[in-house]
Design a protein around this ligand. Structure first.
Ligand code: BMA
Length: 336
C-alpha cells in the first residue's frame, strides 16, 4: 500500500511513541499556533497548508479581535513555525473589482494543474461555500458563487477524475447544524456543479459520528483508494464533540465508500483540545504527506482556538480502516 504522489521529505515528523495505542499520534510541542499570533488575530485554527517554493504556505482561519472569522496568509520554512500576516487576504472578482467576504472560515487548499484553489465557508445570505484561486499567493481571484447556501466543508480532490473536477461538501443550515452527511459533486469547469450524490452518512453502531460528519483535508490518493480524514460529531449535555475518523473512497468513483473506520482515530483528550473557545473539538483541515515514506502530517484545529499537528503512517492508517471497517446505513445505496 502506498501514497500516489510526490515525495515531500521536509514535512514535520516525529516517530510514533512506544506508548501510543492508536494509528495517529500528536506532536509533542502542540499546539503549533497559540493564541494571539498577531495583533489582529486572536485565535487561529481550522487551517490549510501546502508546499510552496522551497517552503510552505498556509491559509489560516483567524478569528480577529472583533470576534469575526477571516482568512489570513502565513508562510513557513518547516511547516511548524508560521509567520502569519496581520492583514486578511484581499480578494478580487474576475472583473478585478475588490471583494471582501463578510466572514470566511475553515479553508481547504489544493493545487490543481498549477493553480491553487481555496474553498472556505463564506457568507452568502448564510453559510455557503466560497471558491477562489491564486497562482502566486499575491493575487487572489474569487469565482462568483458557484454554490447556493447552505453548505460547509467543501473539499476539492487534487486531480480530475474521469475528466471532471470533484468536490466533497456537507449541506447544512446556517447555524450550528444538528445534522449532515458528506456529498460529492462534479464539474467540468469548477463553476457549474452537478451529479450530486451522497457519499457517506452520519451514524453507525458507534456514537462519535452520530450527529453529523464533514470532509476534512484534501483526500490522499493511495493505491487502495482515496484516503479521506473527516470529522464526526456527537451531541452531549454540554454540546458537540468533534472527533476525527477516516474512510477510503474508490479511486475511479469516489462516491463509493470502500472502507470506513467504525472507531475514531483522534478525539479531544489534550488540554488544548478539551479547553478553549469551543471545548472538545479536533477539526482536521489539511495534511502534508510524503509518497516515499508514507508519512502523513495532519493539521487540525483544536478547541476553535489553536492549530495542532498529528502524525500517521499511511499503510498503518489504511490497515486500521480496513480491519475496523463498518459502512453506515445510506452509504453506497443507489439514488442516495
Ligand atoms: C463548525 C464550524 C467549525 C467549528 C466547529 C466547532 O460548525 O463552525 O469552524 O470548528 O463548528 O465549533
Amino acid at each position: 500500500m502506498g501514497i500516489i504522489g510526490k515525495p515531500l521529505k521536509n514535512i514535520p515528523w516525529q516517530d510514533k511513541p512506544g506508548n501510543c495505542k492508536g494509528v495517529v499520534w500528536r506532536y509533542t510541542e502542540n499546539p503549533i499556533i497559540d493564541r494571539n499570533p498577531t495583533k489582529r488575530c486572536g485565535r487561529v485554527y481550522n487551517s490549510a497548508v501546502i508546499p510552496f517554493g522551497s517552503g510552505f504556505i498556509g491559509v489560516f482561519r483567524a478569528d480577529q479581535t472583533d470576534g469575526k472569522a477571516r482568512l489570513h496568509l502565513g508562510r513557513s520554512d518547516d511547516a511548524i513555525h508560521w509567520e502569519i500576516e496581520d492583514e486578511p487576504i484581499r480578494w478580487k472578482d474576475e472583473e478585478g473589482k475588490p471583494y471582501d467576504p463578510n466572514y470566511a472560515y475553515d479553508p481547504r487548499l489544493v493545487e490543481l494543474d498549477g493553480v491553487f484553489y481555496i474553498i472556505w465557508c463564506t457568507d452568502f445570505g448564510g453559510a455557503a461555500l466560497g471558491l477562489g484561486m491564486t497562482r502566486d499567493f499575491r493575487e487572489f481571484i474569487r469565482l462568483e458563487n458557484p454554490f447556493p447556501p447552505f453548505n460547509r466543508n467543501g473539499v476539492l480532490f487534487p486531480r480530475k477524475i474521469n475528466g471532471k473536477y470533484m468536490l466533497l461538501s456537507r449541506p447544512s443550515d446556517s447555524g450550528h447544524t444538528p445534522f449532515g452527511d458528506i456529498f460529492i459533486s462534479e464539474s467540468s469547469d469548477l463553476r457549474y456543479w452537478g451529479r450530486h450524490r451522497r457519499v457517506m452518512s452520519r451514524g453507525g453502531s458507534g456514537w462519535w459520528q452520530s450527529t453529523k460528519i464533514g470532509a476534512g483535508p484534501v483526500p490522499i490518493e493511495t493505491d487502495v483508494g482515496w484516503l479521506l480524514f473527516y470529522h464526526g460529531v456527537t451531541t452531549t449535555c454540554s454540546g458537540y464533540v468533534y472527533s476525527m475518523g477516516a474512510a477510503i473512497l474508490d479511486r475511479d468513483n469516489p462516491s463509493i465508500v470502500k472502507y470506513r473506520s467504525a472507531d475514531y482515530l483522534l478525539t479531544p483528550e489534550m488540554p488544548y483540545e478539551t479547553t478553549g473557545f469551543v471545548p472538545n473539538v479536533v477539526f482536521p483541515c489539511a495534511t502534508l504527506h510524503d509518497a516515499e515514506t508514507g508519512r502523513i502530517a495532519i493539521y487540525y484545529g483544536a478547541a476553535d482556538t489553536y492549530v495542532a499537528l498529528a502524525f500517521a503512517q499511511a499503510d498503518e492508517v489504511v490497515e486500521f480502516i480496513k480491519s475496523n471497517s463498518e459502512l453506515v446505513y445510506g452509504d453506497n445505496v443507489e439514488y442516495r
